[in-house]
Design a binder for this molecule. Structure first.
Ligand code: DP6
Length: 325
């Protein structure tokens, strides 16, 4: 049986960084995110008795580094579906992989939905989110629609993501600014291990519940300035934690810092724009719909900007009939 799914990447407002259970990918803290309309992975999965082994093709190539992780995920699904058939998986990203744009989130969300359907399963959204989480933590947030909270939970069954608000609830824009196109050197899975020994992590975890509560309130009230201030504060805290880990993780490039300063300068001149940055050098700039054109005009004159991807809040993972093979 063959099935295809499309899943969005998501950007965390409050970040997931550090696991209490490595194998199950149970996070040390909850997180809040938004699904992105223009950073998408499409994945087709077919289980077939004629296949001798699993074949994984990502962005047109066999990716030996990712293969093991994908096959592990197929094994989880085969176990639930009680099948032994091998699979062919073809996956296509519409954005550069491993550039801090969270291809593992959209990738494992699309894989989870497509593979479970292809295996004849019909899982609930919560079950899909739990399963996607085991492939890549942040992928659990790409299953539900729009603005999403991942409950850290206590165990496998209680750690999943659900929709706080649908995509249409709040018209904010995430302009992804790509300043560096190379793949990142330290994978987030590695960074998440290193952070466990960081003495500042304790302090972060002490305050994070309050942060989650606040960001949800600001989204509910559509209070953009308060939302933006907290968004930036969290991004800076996350990178402070990365920087002070041992070995240190320096995700920023000079171009990253240049844009950070520009955003602050533009804001001082009245343009309401805020940044967040994940585990990579590229930035996500947030503004309200009414300021989108103005922000785009500003960015046009910045030579460090290599590419821009405009995102609206998006629905989560969904099935499509446009198979890739
Ligand atoms: C910085 O979900 O990629 O983007 O569970 O090891 O696959 P694994 O980690 P991953 O980590 C994402 C980290 C982040 C923050 C976030 O998206 O919450």
């Amino acid at each position: 049986m063959k099935a295809t799914a499309v899943a969005p990447s998501n950007i965390a407002f409050i970040k997931y960084w550090g696991k209490k259970d490595e194998a199950l990918r149970l996070p040390l803290n909850g997180s809040v995110s938004m699904n992105l309309s223009n950073l998408l992975t499409t994945t087709t999965v077919e289980f077939n008795k004629n296949f001798k082994k699993d074949i994984i093709i990502i962005d047109g190539k066999r990716d030996l580094k990712e293969e093991g992780r994908v096959i592990n995920h197929l094994n989880r699904i085969r176990k639930i579906a009680k099948i032994k058939l091998k699979a062919k998986v073809v996956s296509q990203n519409n954005f550069p992989k491993s550039s801090g744009l969270a291809s593992s989130a959209s990738g494992f969300a699309a894989l989870t939905l497509a593979a479970t359907k292809a295996a004849g399963l019909n899982l609930s959204q919560k079950q899909l989110s739990i399963l996607a989480r085991q492939g890549s933590g942040s992928a659990c947030r790409s299953i539900p629609d729009g603005f999403v909270e991942w409950l850290k939970g206590e165990d496998n069954e209680t750690s999943y993501a659900y929709s706080l608000f649908p995509p249409s609830y709040w018209k904010i824009i995430d302009v992804v600014v790509i300043v560096v196109k190379e793949e990142k050197k330290i994978k987030s899975s590695q960074g998440q291990k290193i952070v466990l020994k960081n003495p500042f992590l304790k302090t972060r975890l002490f305050y994070i519940k309050e942060k989650i509560k606040k960001i949800k309130q600001f989204i509910a009230k559509k209070d953009f300035p308060q939302f933006g201030e907290l968004l930036e504060n969290e991004a800076l805290e996350f990178h402070a934690i990365a920087l002070t880990s041992n070995p240190p993780i320096i995700y920023w490039q000079p171009e990253t810092l240049k844009i950070v300063h520009l955003v602050r300068e533009w804001r001082n001149h009245g343009l309401l724009v805020y940044f967040t940055i994940d585990a990579g050098p590229n930035l996500h700039l947030f503004c309200e719909e009414k300021n989108q054109q103005f922000l785009m005009k500003k960015l046009k004159f910045v030579k460090e900007v290599k590419k821009i991807i405009v995102n609206y809040p998006s629905e989560g993972a969904r099935i499509t009939d446009k198979h890739l093979f």
